[in-house]
Design a protein around this ligand. Structure first.
Ligand SMILES: NC(=O)c1ccc[n+]([C@@H]2O[C@H](COP(=O)([O-])OP(=O)(O)OC[C@H]3O[C@@H](n4cnc5c(N)ncnc54)[C@H](OP(=O)(O)O)[C@@H]3O)[C@@H](O)[C@H]2O)c1
Length: 248
């Protein structure tokens, strides 16, 4: 897939979709920088990923931390960054009557602010051509009870990808987003959603099962690689048919 020796940064690479993406990239011959806030979790993930991996603790919503991350990455691997995956994100239940503006803003800060900072701080460090992938969600286009902050944040991510794509197209930088449906990752633990509940949701997925994180990673790899060289400003649905197939 032509990622040999490419340098890729994957935010939120210590878990779930980000970790699976780092694995995929490494298996294609890339060098990978993973980030997250929890140092123990991040270092354990880096140990599992093995050679050609660098772990940098960084809050994706902190411009200083992200600038430091890119500086460290480029100095360590002695090359420009070719691929950025703005994957770090959080999901929280935010029922409108019980959610303060601060709690609402907290979700937006990571999911939208973090994506903005991840992309903005990457710009001085990008080689050409470069590919940026923003991880959005099916939730961007489906109103979901108790998840207004998360859904709004993911709609903003898709919108950011399109505007970034417009701004960077003449500079050899492609920007696309990806919208997973339901993927079996630890994000559901943070929501108190059990694997039994997740299995019940499978009934409404046309393919009758959640995605394995590697199935999302495979699509991210496609967007990262030269195979998608004529794509920019697009949103790729990887959702077992949820957005495209009527339940009737
Ligand atoms: N799983 C799904 O069904 C699904 C569906 C659609 C979209 N998505 C999206 O896919 C992305 C990955 O989700 P996942 O399911 O793989 O979740 P996950 O397993 O919970 O992983 C989230 C990752 O993001 C990191 N992270 C969270 N906040 C961060 C911050 N402020 N700065 C840096 N790193 C941060 C976490 O590490 P730390 O906690 O150590 O920081 C962790 O590595 C998210 O954007 C999510 O919204 C997931």
């Amino acid at each position: 897939m032509l990622l040999t020796r490419a340098l890729a940064v994957v935010t939120g690479g210590s878990s779930g979709i980000g970790f699976a993406t780092a694995q995929r990239f490494l298996s294609e011959g890339a060098r990978v920088v993973i980030s997250g806030r929890n140092a123990d979790k991040l270092n354990q993930a880096a140990a599992k990923l093995g050679e050609n991996t660098l772990a940098v603790v960084a809050d994706s919503a902190s411009p200083e931390a992200m600038q430091r991350l890119y500086e460290t990455a480029v100095a360590h691997f002695q090359c420009d960054v070719n691929v950025v995956v703005a994957n770090a994100g959080v999901s929280r239940q935010t029922p409108v009557r019980e959610t303060s503006l601060a709690q609402f803003s907290d979700v937006l800060n990571v999911n939208v602010g973090g994506v903005y900072v991840t992309v903005r701080e990457s710009l001085p460090f990008l080689g050409r051509p470069a590919s940026i992938i923003l991880v959005a969600s099916l939730a961007a286009n489906q109103g979901t009870k108790n998840f207004s902050a998360y859904c709004a944040s993911k709609a903003a991510v898709i919108s950011l990808a399109k505007s970034f794509a417009a701004e960077f197209v003449e500079h050899g930088i492609r920007v696309n987003s990806i919208s997973p449906g339901v993927a079996q990752t630890p994000i559901f633990d943070t929501l108190g959603i059990s694997s039994e509940q997740l299995a019940q949701w499978s009934n409404v997925i046309p393919m009758k099962r959640p995605a394995h994180p590697d199935e999302i990673a495979a699509a991210i790899l496609f967007l990262a690689s030269d195979a998608s060289r004529y794509m920019t400003g697009a949103d790729l649905a990887v959702d077992g048919g949820m957005s495209g197939i009527s339940p009737f």
